[in-house]
Design a protein around this ligand. Structure first.
Ligand code: KG4
Ligand code: ZN
Length: 335
């Protein structure tokens, strides 16, 4: 069975994984860098790149040991080649190229967003193309029609902040700590989602896109008013994000032929987001697919899986494949 080694280093997780074409996750190794970045309240690119350099090779060795295989048993090496923090992307891609060259294996340069986009198919063997994907991460908030491997049509994107970025900024404003998404979700459990009146930017709009910057400003005003508890602001903010995501996704469901509604990316780990999307899919008589939480946030199993899908499609890359800070999944979409 085809065995792919995946490497991920585009943001603040260093990861290596071994996944087979029949969806067996033979190894899954991950080192987070939260403690390194916490004093700064966000990811510091230079610190991230250095940490990837130190962590990646030991993680590759640990992954091979976990699976009980050697590099010679691997059929191809898939490494994230962007988009992301360029220093980190270069560490993973150069490591992947070196391993490919040394072991005489093909290289697959994976778009990190494709890793997220195809991860639901690793989790669910029955998920068929085309599907409507809400991709919500720290850097992106997009609706995509996933028509096949390498075939993505972007239907909507954010005109300002990404959904995860809004969670992270809200956590910072409320002093809830880093990383922000899980901290806001936890605080929201103890709050009232109706306590604070917050805007729902672009909800009901005729255009397809998302916007979260106005929501962040409203959170700042609510905090500075001194009228509300942090938990209530967190719960109200989370509800506003959910309402925006649902409204924009519902709008697209009317336009596309899809086999399922799918969510992926770090924000897909959020239970309120997952629950609301599941209800939306049920309303439309559609299947709902969300990867398990560990597969939503950055990891290398999704990169290895995207590698397995590309391997099957005969999509390989040369050793001069570039590292890219920006790399849209849909070549017709400019951002
Ligand atoms: O996909 P991901 O791990 O990295 C990127 O590719 O960006 O997504 C990270 C983002 C961060 O903004 C983080 O705050 C958010 O996902 N996130 C969450 C949750 N877990 C992670 N947002 C809301 N609720 C969560 N439970
Ligand atoms: Zn990601």
């Amino acid at each position: 069975m085809t065995l792919i080694l995946g490497l991920e280093s585009s943001c603040d997780e260093t990861a290596a994984a071994l996944v087979t074409a029949d969806r067996a996750i033979r190894a899954h190794q991950l080192a987070g860098q939260e403690a390194d970045h916490r004093p700064f309240g966000g990811v510091v690119p230079e610190i991230a790149a250095r940490a990837h350099v130190e962590a990646l090779t030991p993680l590759v060795e640990a992954a091979l040991a976990e699976a009980g295989v050697s590099l010679a048993d691997v059929d191809a090496i898939a490494a994230t080649a962007g988009p992301g923090l360029i220093g980190g992307v270069m560490v993973g891609l150069v490591t992947g190229k070196a391993l490919a060259l040394a072991a005489g294996k093909p290289l697959i340069a994976v778009n990190h967003l494709e890793g997220h986009a195809l991860s639901p198919r690793l989790a669910d063997p029955d998920l068929a193309f085309p599907y409507l994907l809400l991709l919500v991460s720290g850097g992106h908030c997009q609706l995509l029609l996933v028509e096949g491997v390498g075939q993505y049509r972007r239907l909507a994107t954010t005109i300002d902040d990404a959904a995860g970025e809004a969670f992270d900024k809200t956590a910072k404003l409320l002093g809830l700590g880093f990383p922000g998404g899980p901290a806001v979700e936890k605080a929201a459990l103890a709050g009232d989602p109706k306590a604070v009146p917050l805007p729902r930017p672009l909800v009901g709009s005729g255009e397809p896109h998302f916007s979260f910057a106005g929501l962040k400003s409203a959170v700042l005003r609510a905090r500075d008013s001194g009228l509300y508890k942090a938990e209530d602001i967190a719960a109200s903010f989370q509800q506003a994000v959910v309402d925006c995501l649902i409204d924009r996704t519902r709008r697209q469901l009317a336009n596309v032929e899809a086999s399922a509604l799918v969510v992926a990316g770090g924000v897909a780990a959020n239970k309120a987001v997952r629950g609301a999307l599941e209800a939306l899919a049920a309303d439309h008589g559609l299947r709902f697919v969300a990867p398990p939480q560990w597969l939503c946030t950055d990891n290398a199993a999704m990169i290895a899986w995207a590698g397995a899908e590309r391997y099957k499609a005969g999509l390989f890359d040369d050793l001069d494949a570039p590292a890219r800070a920006r790399w849209p999944l849909d070549p017709n979409a400019e951002k």
